[in-house]
Structure formats: structure tokens, C-alpha cells
Design a protein around this ligand. Structure first.
Ligand code: GDP
Ligand code: GDP
Length: 475
């Protein structure tokens, strides 16, 4: 059992219209386009990966914040915001330079002072503002030095985030450095210099991956409360190994539990039982979206657990969307399959498949964690999803598949340009990244990208992992 550190969480807080989502999009360089069809569920993105300077982090956009409301949907948002504040490592409190300080800002400031978190006051929409007094006015919120920024133009944003994350340099944070290092190891598996023309097509690149990354499967089991996560973990580990954690820790701590299944070493990333203490917001829910996201970040393969007896909710869709965004390998487990009759099973399966169409790259299993049914096939799919995520895609074969795909169906012309794809190589793993080189590739439409993706998927049997395609034009 080891303790690991997660990526730090940066929460964006402030009243409506101050520019939270603008800043969020800038920090996360929105990959929303990857998260296609939620079948009627909301597509709002509130969580994203960011990197400014040397540290990667998770950004959380808390949405509007009305701390005074006592009930209804607004109160629910306030509750979620408070949880996000409690769980964040850093809070960026946004105010509006043009509107000046208002009563609402004071209300939020009061809450933030009580929370005892690291808070950075960002005075947004400050582009082109020469009047220092307008910024200085925000001192009265009692949250220290205001940082003038412009979320839409980018002014001051890097500086702000670097300051906000500078606490990471203070403590010994070696574990965190490990995570960052691991990630670097995943990208840039091949290094083909486009300037030199075609890579050697006869050389099958057989660069061996680090054995640890290749064989040990880092697994996270995520899902809403009561879907059966703890039950599945107990089933996987064996009852005798049930461990009740209750130790103080920060939100960036998690527990790793090693186990083996048929010779394959697994590490389970478990977030259960850890909670922050001595804060105002003590009543942290049993379920934490942020911990869920951090666990997804830290693993290679996610098991997304759903309850056969419950509807798929927006929250499920958010988590699923985040899995796709981070590119983690995925297996869906529909739990509590025991005690359903054939008709119910048919209906539920059909409905889940329809709603989760955007996860069609993943296998869906029906299981009973309680009765230990369907667990072996689930583990098998986890292993194959992991293998797919870490596949080695040789340049010659990638290029052959590409050429065959283009022969069968060339990309559409755009104006006088016909995009020309010359060769493909692998640019990363977990998820596999295929880099296609050629000319005028900016003109390739999404539908054609999806066509290529399907061809690569079929040729390399990439089931269970998202797949990324990147186009690099030399003209
Ligand atoms: P949220 O409700 O806090 O998420 O705010 P939004 O990000 O939706 O922004 C509200 C409005 O402020 C939008 O019209 C944005 O275009 C505008 N806005 C955001 N950032 C800036 C900025 O840095 N400068 C200016 N002038 N407008 C901004
Ligand atoms: P968690 O909150 O996701 O960790 O969910 P738990 O593992 O605590 O399970 C919540 C409830 O669902 C408990 O009462 C479990 O006994 C029950 N449960 C878990 N798995 C199954 C299952 O496969 N079938 C049935 N019928 N109940 C289950």
C-alpha cells in the first residue's frame, strides 16, 4: 500500500459573468470537440486538464455561485461549489474590473476567507485598463493583492497561475514530479523529423517500453455513489483484504493497492476514506467528483461503473466525457445485473448502449459485484484495453493502412486544394496518438478524421482505448 499524490486542483469561483468559463477555456484549451454525443445529456464542461509553465493541473469551473440561496437548483450549485472549494488546492476568485466590487463579491469573499484555502484574487477584463485605482479597489475584499488579468486576451494569466501553483515548489513534492515524468514518457514514442522526408519504412520500430508501464495496470474504478464500487473492490481483492482507511490527508493523497490476477500485476487507485479535516467545509460528501477526476488522471484504465437499476445521469456523462478527454482506456461495467428478468435485461442493455454511443470504443460488461458474476470477463477486457492503449503501431503498417484508406476513399477537396497525406507514425500511447504528415491537411473535415480513425482501429484492433489523430502539414 502506497500513498500517491494527485495533480493539484485549481477551482475557478465567482459570480455569473465575470469570465470564469472564458478563463477555464483558456487554461484547458478546450478539447470539448472530442466529446461527441451525449444523447440529450448536458454537454457542459466543468472539469479539464491544464498546464501552465511546469505544472499540470486540473481546472474546475464552478459555474455561477449564489451563496445566499437556501433551496432549489441554485442552492444545489452553491453546495457543489463549496465542495469544490473545500477540495481544491487553490481557488481563483474572479471579479470584474469593469463592474467594480459588488455586494455579491463581498459575500463570496467572506465564504472564501472562512474556508481557509489558498485564494488568489483575479480582477478580470482588465485589458487596456490604465487606472490602477480601479484594480486597487478590490483590496477591500480582504483577500490580498488583486491580480489584473484578461481571460479573453490572455494578459496576466500565466503569471497568475504560476503564482497560484508556486506552493508546489515549497513542500517536498517528489511523488508529483514522478507523475509528470510518467506522462512525458507516454508521449513522443517515435521521433520522426518531417524535414528529413520519409522515415525509414523498412525499419519496424521496436523500441521497448518501460516494463513497469507496459505490464502493470493502473486501474481506477469510478462511478456515482452506491453503484457498487466498494463491493467490486472487495470482490477483486478478496474479502480478507478489505481495508478501512481513515487517515488524515489532503485531497491530493490517494492509496494504491497492488494485487495480481492470473499473473498480471494491477495497481488499484483507491480514493476511499480520505478526507480533509479541520476545514470549515467538513461535510464533504462521500462521493467527490474531484477525487474521481484525479483518480482517472492517475490511472491507465478506468472501469466506469453504472447501476442497472438507475438512469444514466448528467453526472455519469460528465465523468465519461472526462475519461474520453484524458484519453484513458475504458471498460464500462453495468452492475447489479442479478435479480433482473430477461425482459428488463434487454431493455436496460438497449437503453445504456443508446445513451453511451459516444463510448462505443469501449466494451460494456454486465456484472454482479455482489454475487461475483461477470468479473473474470471484466478483468479480461481491462487487460485488453490496457494492451490496446499501449500498442506499438509501426510506421510502415500505419502508413500502409493510411494509403489503403485514402485509395478507397480520398479526402474531399477544399477549394483548389486536395489534402495530401504522405505517411503516418505513432506519437504517443495511452491513448495511442497517430500523427499523419502531408500537405493541406487543415482542410480535412471531422467526418474524414472519423473514417481514418475507424480504419486504424480495425487494422490495429484498438478496442477499449480512445484514439487520437493529429495532422501535420508541411505546407
Ligand atoms: P462566467 O459566467 O463567469 O463563466 O463568464 P463568461 O466566461 O461566460 O464571460 C462573461 C462575459 O464576459 C462574456 O461576454 C465574455 O466574453 C466576457 N469576458 C470574459 N473575459 C473577458 C475579458 O478578459 N475581457 C473582456 N472585456 N470581456 C471578457
Ligand atoms: P459504492 O458507493 O459505489 O462504493 O457502492 P457500494 O459497494 O457501497 O454498494 C452500494 C449498495 O449496492 C450496497 O448495499 C451493496 O450491497 C449493493 N450492491 C453492490 N453491488 C451489487 C450487486 O451486484 N447486486 C446487487 N443487487 N446489489 C449490489
Amino acid at each position: 500500500m502506497k500513498k500517491v499524490l494527485f495533480k493539484p486542483v485549481v477551482a475557478l469561483v465567482g459570480r455569473a459573468n465575470v469570465g470564469k468559463s472564458t478563463l477555464f477555456n483558456r487554461l484547458t484549451r478546450s478539447r470539448a470537440a472530442l466529446v461527441a454525443d451525449f444523447s440529450g445529456l448536458t454537454r457542459d464542461r466543468h472539469y479539464g486538464e491544464g498546464r501552465v509553465g511546469k505544472y499540470p493541473f486540473l481546472a474546475v469551473d464552478t459555474g455561477g455561485f449564489e451563496p445566499v440561496a437556501k433551496s432549489g437548483i441554485v442552492a444545489e450549485m452553491a453546495r457543489q461549489t463549496q465542495q469544490a472549494i473545500a477540495e481544491a488546492d487553490v481557488v481563483i476568485f474572479l471579479v470584474d474590473a469593469r463592474a467594480g466590487v459588488n455586494a455579491h463579491d463581498h459575500e463570496i469573499a467572506r465564504l472564501l476567507r472562512r474556508a481557509g484555502q489558498r485564494v488568489f484574487l483575479a480582477v478580470n477584463k482588465a485589458e487596456g485598463m490604465r487606472n490602477a485605482g480601479a484594480i486597487a479597489e478590490f483590496h477591500e475584499l480582504g483577500l490580498g493583492e488583486p491580480y489584473p488579468i484578461s481571460a479573453s486576451h490572455g494578459d496576466g494569466v500565466v503569471d497568475l497561475i504560476e503564482h497560484a501553483l508556486s506552493f508546489l515548489d515549497e513542500g517536498a513534492d517528489d511523488d508529483h514530479a514522478d507523475i509528470a515524468h510518467d506522462e512525458d514518457a507516454y508521449s513522443e514514442v517515435f521521433d520522426v523529423d518531417a524535414e528529413d522526408g520519409l522515415p525509414d519504412l523498412d525499419a519496424e520500430s521496436e523500441e521497448p517500453a518501460d516494463d513497469q508501464t507496459r505490464h502493470r495496470i493502473k486501474l481506477a474504478i469510478v462511478g456515482r455513489p452506491n453503484v457498487g464500487k466498494s463491493t467490486l473492490i472487495n470482490t477483486l481483492l478478496g474479502e480478507e483484504r478489505v481495508i478501512a482507511f481513515d487517515m488524515p490527508g489532503t485531497t491530493r493523497d490517494a492509496i494504491e493497492i497492488d494485487f495480481e490476477h492470473e499473473g498480471t500485476p494491477f495497481t488499484l487507485i483507491d480514493t476511499a476514506g480520505l478526507r480533509r479535516r479541520g476545514k470549515v467545509f467538513e461535510a464533504i460528501e462521500k462521493f467527490s467528483v474531484i477525487k474521481t477526476l484525479q483518480a482517472i488522471e492517475a490511472c491507465n484504465v478506468v472501469v466506469l461503473m453504472l447501476d442497472a437499476h438507475a438512469e444514466i445521469s448528467d453526472q455519469d456523462a460528465h465523468i465519461a466525457g472526462f475519461i474520453v478527454e484524458t484519453g484513458r482506456a475504458l471498460v464500462v461495467a453495468v452492475n447489479k445485473w442479478d435479480g433482473l428478468n430477461a425482459e428488463e435485461r434487454d431493455r436496460i442493455k438497449h437503453e445504456f448502449e443508446r445513451k453511451l454511443r459516444f463510448l462505443s470504443f469501449a466494451r460494456m460488461h454486465t456484472i454482479s459485484a455482489l454475487k461475483n458474476k461477470g468479473i473474470q470477463p471484466l478483468l479480461k477486457s481491462i487487460r485488453s484495453a490496457h494492451a490496446a492503449a499501449f500498442s506499438k503501431l509501426s510506421t510502415p503498417k500505419l502508413t500502409r493502412v493510411l494509403v489503403a484508406a485514402v485509395e478507397q476513399q480520398p479526402p474531399p477537396r477544399k477549394g483548389i486544394f486536395r489534402p495530401k497525406m504522405r505517411y503516418a507514425h505513432q506519437g504517443g500511447q495511452n491513448p495511442p496518438l497517430i500523427v499523419i504528415h502531408g500537405n493541406a491537411l487543415d482542410a480535412i473535415p471531422d467526418a474524414y478524421r472519423r473514417y481514418l480513425e475507424a480504419r486504424f482501429r480495425a487494422a490495429f484492433k484498438l478496442e477499449g482505448t480512445p484514439l487520437r489523430i493529429e495532422f501535420k502539414s508541411s505546407t
